[in-house]
Design a protein around this ligand. Structure first.
Ligand SMILES: [Zn+2]
Length: 471
């Protein structure tokens, strides 16, 4: 087992910062030492990394990705290999991807299919949530089995996409009751898909086919209504823990905040695209360009206060986690499926590589504190989803470490720094402060000096425990 000593950096956790050296032994963190203490103790590491002037933080955890997701007649363009490699470049050391059960398919078959895609292909560690596309007796039994045996302790349901992933209220209630018994977390795509489909059909009938109508047919009210309904159903099911994914609207955030104030176990998630991109500046770009930013929930208007509310939610913990909902599609042959019909554009934005820097920019601009960056991008995702050995720089935890250079800058775009399998970037031209310096996955340096030194197959499947917030 080889040892590594990260010296002279500022260790930043969710609760504070300190100067110290991190001693890694094999794949775990062995000790945090006071500066200079290692010499006095006669510790000579196999390898020493000088982190002077840099932050030493737990590797990023992206709790919401979709590698190779089948959607809209095509597949998300990142494989587990390309997607996890891009994630590593961006300082991420664990992803939680969504295994899919399609309606009519056995849950275990869906999970097995996901294992097959990921095994031997990931550059960083990975875990799975399970999408339940058809709540019935068999899938309810399977949910319990997955919690007890497979390390899958969270289940995503959809109030959107009728005929694809959609669950009706009765199905949602039954799945929540089941989760209440097993201790699992229910994750919800909260948009009223039945009403949205009516608005989409009416828009298309009027000849409104451009990408911007994707957002205009998914109004904030229908995100808020579904969020409210999911909360009430979780209450009826016995205050079952509920996690609302990819929140984009002020009105929906108000529902989550109200539920939290009422003592319910409701958690919120947002993504960088909702903090930085808008209907007017991106989705309404001329011609078909806006298709790059078709995702659900949709980008919102800049003439309301969605973005400032989402940042406030992050400060106040109404939003616990920032993940990416990484679901990349190329323009060519993929987004183009929706030329002349916005509703046929595959939904998704790629961003797994850029979350750490985009949210760090919120530290630079004063939206959140440095510790909150660590908390929302690593420590809370680990605790929320039962990744018991991740998300902290502390003895016994996995040696997943990001060394961050606050004096560096990062240019985002396909020409500059982009390892995702996409022919465009949702953040093309963005230049932000801070830079990934070194990335360590279970004790192994996988990115340094702007070079990737990891490999597909290094990443292991991580069985998850129950959410640490409730168990
Ligand atoms: Zn998603």
């Amino acid at each position: 087992m080889s040892t590594t000593l990260i010296q002279n950096g500022t260790i930043v956790s969710a609760t504070g910062r300190s100067t110290g050296d991190v001693l890694i032994d094999g794949e775990s963190i062995a000790a945090i030492l006071a500066p200079g203490q290692s010499a006095g103790m006669g510790i000579v590491a196999d390898r020493t990394i000088d982190a002077t002037g840099k932050y030493v933080v737990p590797g990023g955890i992206d709790a919401h990705t979709h590698m190779e997701l089948p959607f809209g007649g095509t597949f998300a363009s990142d494989s587990f290999e390309s997607g996890t490699t891009a994630a590593a470049w961006g300082g991420v050391t664990t992803i939680v991807d969504f295994a899919v059960q399609r309606t009519g398919e056995a849950v275990q078959d869906g999970l097995a299919g996901w294992h097959e895609k990921a095994a031997g292909n990931c550059a960083i560690d990975y875990a799975f949530h399970q999408i339940i596309g058809g709540v019935d007796e068999d899938s309810l039994k399977a949910m319990t089995y997955l919690v007890d045996n497979e390390g899958v302790t969270s289940f995503k349901l959809f109030m959107a996409y009728p005929g694809v992933f959609y669950s009706d209220d009765g199905q949602i209630l039954r799945a929540m009751q089941n989760a209440g018994e097993s201790g699992a977390m229910i994750m919800m795509h909260a948009e009223n898909g039945i009403a949205i489909d009516v608005l989409v059909a009416q828009a298309l009938a009027r000849g409104e086919t451009d990408p911007m109508f994707h957002s205009l047919t998914r109004p904030a009210e229908l995100e808020a209504e579904a969020t409210h309904r999911a909360i009430e159903l979780s209450k009826v099911a016995g205050n079952v823990p509920l996690y609302i994914v990819h929140m984009s609207a002020s009105e929906a955030l108000e529902e989550v905040a109200a539920a939290q104030h009422a003592g319910l176990n409701v958690f919120g998630e947002t993504c960088p695209q909702y903090l930085y991109l808008t209907l007017e500046d991106q989705l309404m770009q001329p011609g078909f360009e806006g298709a790059k930013w078709v995702c659900s929930t949709p980008l919102r208007t800049k003439h309301a206060h969605h973005q400032s509310d989402l940042w406030k939610g992050l400060r106040l913990n109404e939003l616990a986690i920032v993940s990416t909902d990484h679901c990349p599609f190329c323009m060519k042959d993929q987004k183009e499926l929706g030329l002349g019909n916005f509703s046929a554009i595959p939904n998704g934005i790629g961003g797994v590589e850029h979350r750490m820097e985009l949210i760090y920019q919120g530290v630079v601009t004063g939206e959140i504190g440095l510790e909150r960056w660590v908390e929302t991008c690593s420590t809370t995702p680990a605790r929320m989803f039962g990744l018991d050995t991740k998300g902290q720089i502390a003895p016994g935890f996995d040696a997943d470490v990001l060394i961050w250079d606050p004096n560096g800058t990062t240019k985002i775009g396909i020409d500059d720094k982009h390892h995702m399998n996409m022919d465009h970037s949702a953040y093309e031209g963005f230049e932000v402060d801070g830079k990934v310096d070194t990335v360590i996955s279970r004790g192994r340096v996988i990115v340094e000096n702007d070079t990737f030194s990891g490999e597909a197959g290094w990443g292991k499947y991580v069985k998850r425990g129950l959410s640490q917030y409730l168990h």
